[in-house]
Design a protein around this ligand. Sequence first.
Ligand SMILES: [Zn+2]
Ligand SMILES: [Zn+2]
Length: 312
Amino acid sequence: MILDDFLIFNPNGLYCKYGDFYLDPQLPVTNAVISHAHADHALPGNTNIFCTEATHAFMKLRYGKNAGKIFNIADYHAPFNVGKVQITFVSAGHMLGSAQVLMEYHGVKYLYTGDYKVQPDTTCEPIEWVNADVLITESTFADPAILHPDPVEEIKKLNDIQLNILLGAYGLGKSQRLINMISEHAPQKKILVHHRIMPINAIYQKMGITLGKHEIYGRKLMKNQEEFVYIVPPFTFDSYIRATGVKRLFASGWKNLQVNKQDTLFISDHVDWNDILQAVKNVDPKQIWTLHGNGKHLEKYFGDDIVVKILN
Ligand SMILES: [Zn+2]
Ligand SMILES: [Zn+2]
């Protein structure tokens, strides 16, 4: 029997009382299961943290000693228990080390996707599908009107730009995917990387990911027009607002970050409407619980076929 109160929101975040743990808690807690290392999911200061090896490495880099007390590292497919709930990490395809959290309790399977994506990305483990009775999915882009374009076509737009390019992107996950895609689809470009992004790249490389040729940005570079692409985090991107002799572009799937259509590479690390439908098909749940966004469209789409519950 599916337990309607298996996961509930309280002020610390999404809580499972049957295992006494939180999924991606928003305040420090005793038991935290962390799906991936993006800052809105992986917060510092928890006591017992359950996560993948890569997530641990990124959290250590960002938070140092404050990352958390006891890290329990688990591989994909290696079940462990928190309280009476058995947990298994399943690859989410979102960034290196990202995991869906499969929770089994009294014979019922609950699958928390965390952030996930279906598009190919050779800088992370590909998404894997497992069956579950309840699919707890992010619904950031759960709207039939939102369909992500082909990311390769987006990257190929760089080939039409001869000016040096300032490319804004999140430092963790997106930047590495961009380096990899530019190397493959715009190989004549010379990739420069902001110094804040380099230690993240080092973790990727240490974990066996080939990013492609790139070097740390130096002041002397970019003096000439040599098809440089300089990848910078958002705050640096904003500070270059008056830069001359460069084409400014921002890579994102978020509408509110996109300057305008000509200045955006629409590359998302989240699922769009069709991807969510694919997830539902593959996971084959009896119920869908939605998080972070809009569950209304899914509710309407599935009607009486699948129960859709909006968790937030
Ligand atoms: Zn994320
Ligand atoms: Zn997120």
